[in-house]
Design a protein around this ligand. Structure first.
Ligand code: ZN
Length: 289
């Protein structure tokens, strides 16, 4: 369906004014022959779909301002009905470190996809704009994109109607000792209440610690977070499971990351096999001498 352009004429009772806003480009898709639809996370109204006329033409003046993984200052018409329009762009920057790195690129794409799902179009998102910006800054600076993503996965859960209790047993409130996550109770159980859920996730205590830590972490002030590979693996397993079972969200961008992990694992396996083969060849050589 073609978007309605009627509101551009501006009825008397609906004054339309261009306004400045900050934005992060979330996704783009071609529209008609020459135009683009660009989804931008705005500070003022959350994710907004913009119609950008002529954006697919050569020499389009705002081409650089609407590239993927770009943030900046824009002026435009933020419409409640139909499409919104960008009139001009001020200072914009592309996160080059994300563009250049396959991993960071995949995680940033998924993260923006998730943010798009979490917030309603057209509503303010408070401090979230800065938190998302900080997440992308961290990835751009080479911080572990999986961990940055896991932090926001934990923090966005309440927007999907899932608000786990991470820091205490949901039954008795105990905070000390070992805790484990139960999907059916929507939070942690202490060892005395483990028996209530035989399907509890049986998480490593370091994973439990990180989930609790991530829930209240400010990405704008955090330094390096170094997580061991085995713990990282279980962290993403647990969050994938919670998103699958409790949220029921299965995003294509997440599946891409999962298949990327599988490729790198089979690549590693192939390398190990190659090394093994080389070693046995070496041994055969030695035996011959
Ligand atoms: Zn308990």
């Amino acid at each position: 369906m073609l978007p309605s352009f009627n509101h551009l004429k501006g009825g008397e009772n609906m004054p339309k004014v261009n306004q400045p806003f900050r934005g992060i480009v979330m996704s783009r898709k071609p529209f008609r022959e020459r135009d683009l639809l660009v989804k931008i996370l705005t500070d003022a109204r959350g994710p907004v779909m913009f119609f950008v006329r002529g954006a697919q033409r050569k020499g389009f003046k705002m081409a650089a301002d609407i590239l993927p993984f770009t943030r900046g200052e824009y002026v435009g018409l933020l419409s409640d009905e139909g499409l919104s329009y960008i009139v001009s762009a001020g200072e914009t920057h592309q996160w080059q470190g994300i563009v250049a790195d396959l991993d960071a690129n995949a995680y940033a794409t998924y993260l923006l996809d998730l943010v798009n799902q979490a917030f309603n179009e057209g509503r303010g998102i408070g401090g979230w704009f800065k938190q998302v910006e900080a997440a992308l800054d961290q990835m751009n600076a080479g911080k572990d994109p999986q961990i940055i993503t896991n932090v926001l996965e934990v923090q966005l859960l309440p927007f999907f109607g899932v608000a786990p209790v991470w820091d205490r047993c949901v039954i008795c409130g105990r905070q000390q000792g070992t805790l484990d996550y139960s999907e059916s109770y929507g939070g942690m159980l202490c060892f005395e209440h483990y028996e209530l859920d035989e399907h509890r996730l049986r998480l490593d205590q370091r994973v439990v610690g990180y989930l609790k830590f991530f829930a209240q972490l400010n990405l704008q002030t955090v330094g390096e977070i170094n997580v061991k590979p085995a713990v990282k693996k279980q962290l993403s397993w647990a969050l994938d499971k919670i998103y699958d079972d409790q949220v029921g969200l299965r995003l294509k961008s997440k599946r891409f990351i999962q298949s990327m992990d599988q490729w790198s694992q089979s690549l590693q396996l192939a390398r190990n096999e190659a090394v093994d083969n080389q070693e046995s060849l070496d041994q055969t050589e030695e035996l011959r001498h």
